[in-house]
Design a protein around this ligand. Structure first.
Ligand code: ZN
Length: 502
């Protein structure tokens, strides 16, 4: 191994230690840190992530990356190292243009803003969050001007979460979906609805945790390399393929929320646990494209988890753990987990109306970064769009514009990933069925892990080495399209709601 490669690997290892500490701190902040201790943890996180940032932009690293990029060195590297060197060199060139004091100030503002958002949401008072949001928007624009001068800001943001999926492509996919979905949604909403009160009951958190363990094992999340914590909003945090943490939140009057959060976060976790082990500690590890990541969590959550046959092999065990479900037949349960209704909260929405929750947020972000709509006008704009797409107006901002945490840490451009994930899922479903046969049958036969292995083999294994468009091309042999998702919705909901199609 060349001297430079040795030095680079050593440097990378040290950077990874900082990154591990940052991940651990933020995991802790959202699971166990008491309110009074939050600021101390936030300061430590700023300290370590700034160190990590300085290491990722240092002269020493630049010198190493330049040496390894020279053709005689580069050609000797294996593919993983070639990917890592090119990727880090590109990112470094961008990040070196960000002044370190700006990076630190932005990092501090994100922590302050998250706290303000929590307070604003608790008191349903947008004015508490507004000055922070204004600052975050300005700093985000400033950061894009440093990293990608002259480029459209919102495209830079989208690219950070789903590289290569620009707004022209997303506009086209979302438009295709919207056009096909609105008439279907209207038919569903006009049909007789199931009676949600059948799920009324008491579901102790301790028993919900047992159901969660059952579900995670069933879909293929390994507890030898995984752990589950508790937080206000479920999330996944990966340290390496050998240590993937997910969180959940339990409502004792609602058994469904934690089940589907477990399946969703478990799907993210399965991805992280099944990346090629040779990628460990390199830029190829896990997957940095959030649309592709969300496609996996949402494949488990929706395509599999909301299929009646997913539940057939395990439903009696779930009922045994949650006795208040004893009176709910598999059929009634299935209707309830596919109950389509216009509602206020994205994370509680069914898979059909969910699409409109995302389209709304995508348009809001365009309003912020393209049309520069002032922050104080955003709540009213949100409410108008809710009325337009979901015929419902939030009574307060906590149930409206303040419901999601994404903007509180400046994750602008993340939301479209969820819907891109759904759109990819329609395409992946077609491919799974071509190769393995009907998913309905596989699930009924208790062969769900064959589907998990298919996803491991075709998607998870490659970590970050394939860009989103390449994943779609390699797995599906064509460009992204919303049509397969529309076909899936139409077939499924025509059956559930006994719709007459024209
Ligand atoms: Zn997710």
């Amino acid at each position: 191994m060349s001297q430079k490669l040795n030095e680079f690997k050593k440097y990378l290892k040290e950077m990874n230690q900082y990154s591990r500490v940052s991940t651990l701190l933020s995991w802790d902040m959202y699971t166990l840190t008491p309110k009074a201790g939050f600021q101390g943890m936030a300061d430590a996180l700023t300290y370590f992530s700034t160190k990590q940032f300085l290491m990722s932009t240092s002269d020493e690293l630049m010198e190493l990356l330049e040496a390894l990029s020279a053709p005689e060195e580069f050609d000797q590297l294996d593919e993983t190292m070639q990917f890592t060197v090119s990727r880090m060199k590109r990112d470094m060139e961008k990040n070196r243009r960000i002044p370190a004091d700006f990076f630190e100030a932005f990092s501090q503002e994100k922590s302050a803003s998250q706290q303000a958002w929590e307070e604003a949401k608790r008191s349903s008072d947008f004015s508490v969050f507004a000055p922070h949001l204004e600052k975050l928007i300005a700093m985000t624009i400033q950061q894009c001007e440093y990293t990608d001068p002259g480029k459209e800001v919102y495209d830079v943001l989208l690219d950070q979460f789903e590289e290569g999926m620009d707004s022209a492509t997303i506009d086209q996919l979302f438009e295709e979906l919207k056009k096909g979905l609105l008439p279907l949604l209207n038919k569903i909403l006009a049909a007789p609805q199931p009676d949600s009160s059948i799920l009324a009951g008491h579901y102790p958190a301790s028993e919900q945790k047992k159901v969660q363990a059952l579900l995670l094992d069933y879909i293929g999340f390994s507890m030898d390399a995984g752990a589950v914590g508790e937080s206000a909003h479920p999330f996944t945090s990966g340290f390496s393929r050998n240590d993937v943490r997910i969180t959940n939140h339990y409502y004792e009057n609602n058994p469904i929320s934690a089940m589907f959060s477990a399946i969703h976060e478990g799907g993210h976790g399965i991805f992280a646990q099944n990346v090629n082990p040779a990628f460990e500690g390199t830029a190829a590890d896990d997957c940095m494209y959030m649309g592709i990541h969300e496609s996996q969590s949402r494949f488990f959550e929706n395509i599999l988890g909301r299929n009646k046959n997913f539940w057939l092999p395990i439903y009696d065990k779930v009922q045994a753990l949650l006795p208040d479900l004893a009176q709910v037949s598999p059929d009634d349960f299935w209707r309830e987990i596919n109950h389509v209704q216009n509602s206020l909260i994205r994370t509680e929405a069914d898979e059909v109306t969910y699409c409109f929750h995302i389209i709304l947020r995508y348009e809001m972000e365009q309003a912020i970064f393209r049309d520069h709509v002032p922050v104080n006008e955003l709540p009213a704009l949100w409410n108008r769009k809710m009325q337009e797409y979901l015929q419902i107006t939030p009574a307060n901002d906590a149930d409206g514009i303040l419901q999601d945490m994404h903007w509180s840490d400046a994750s602008f451009g993340y939301f479209p990933s969820y819907l891109l994930g759904n759109i990819y899922d329609g395409m992946f479903l077609e491919e799974v069925e071509k190769e393995l046969g009907p998913v309905d049958q596989l699930l009924a036969d208790g062969r769900i892990q064959e589907i998990t292995k298919w996803l491991n083999r075709n998607i998870h294994w490659y970590g970050s080495t394939r860009l989103p468009k390449e994943v779609i091309e390699k797995v599906c042999g064509r460009e992204a399209s919303a049509q397969p998702l529309l076909n899936y919705f139409t077939k499924k909901y025509t059956a559930i709601y006994q719709l007459v199609m024209d």
